[in-house]
Ligand binder design. Sequence first.
Ligand SMILES: O=CC(=O)O
Length: 312
Amino acid sequence: MSIRILATSPLVGPYIGNLGLRFPELCVVPFRSPAWTAGLATAEALVVLLSEPLTEADLELCPNLKVIGTYSVGINHLPSAYCQQRGIRIVNTPGVLTDATADLALTLLLALTRRVSEGEALVRSGQWKGWATDLLLGAGLSGKTCGILGSGPIGRAFARRAWAIGMKVFFWDREGNQSPVDFGVDIAPRLLLDDLLRQSSVLSLHCPLTDSTRGLLSREKLALLPRGAFLINTARGGIFDEEAAMDLLNQEKIGGIGLDVFENEPALNPKWLEAPRTVLLPHLGSATVETREAMSKLLCDGIEESLRGASE
Ligand SMILES: O=CC(=O)O
């Protein structure tokens, strides 16, 4: 039987299994295993994870390919321009992971500013001597400014959360676009990047990784942040210069960094493990049962629609 749908994971929930009932030519095998490579020759649909980058050369081996489903909202691991040229549809999972990702960004921000990891480590170490006036004092957020890079659904969802804890919100997305952003509970100004950086006590990244956002926050740009600012990234590694951010952190110019994503993850720069005032998570933005199931459903529905649409 020749393979029509080539997936690298059963995903969360019953949806890939159900798709297999309707398309028996579905096969789940590890990414880049010999069986996966062999399946490319007949595959009409590929299902991959965000940690499984596809190249043009891979897709050259798929003469029948109609659709690629990625279990992520980000599509920076796929050759989009090539897909467009060949009429290969990309199905991703926007919308359903918005709240989970914004929740995680807020979790990082609160954990960082209220020194949650240090407090927990102290309690678990058995060294806690009791309540003290100056024990692990953190930074308050109410009344402070929050700059948000990216005014898409996740940036706006994070803005609502920042607003709810009393922060004053500003956005930036594309240079030159200065129309205010209505984020559902308030309307926030959109600033030029340098102005936003100069004013952000907290900077949270919510833009995709593209040719125009890769390396966007260079050493010079990061240096514009006010002394003691907090940087949160739940978007993608590669948007800011990690070495420069670590230098600014060590010089106490940056107050703290909360990261869910890294350049070259999971092989992170070992300096992160030694860096002070950081909270580091293993790319958990969409990691709730409800969200991952909703992502599976959206992805499998999109694959089915693409295959049926193509054969009708
Ligand atoms: O990072 C997570 C995603 O792109 O879904």
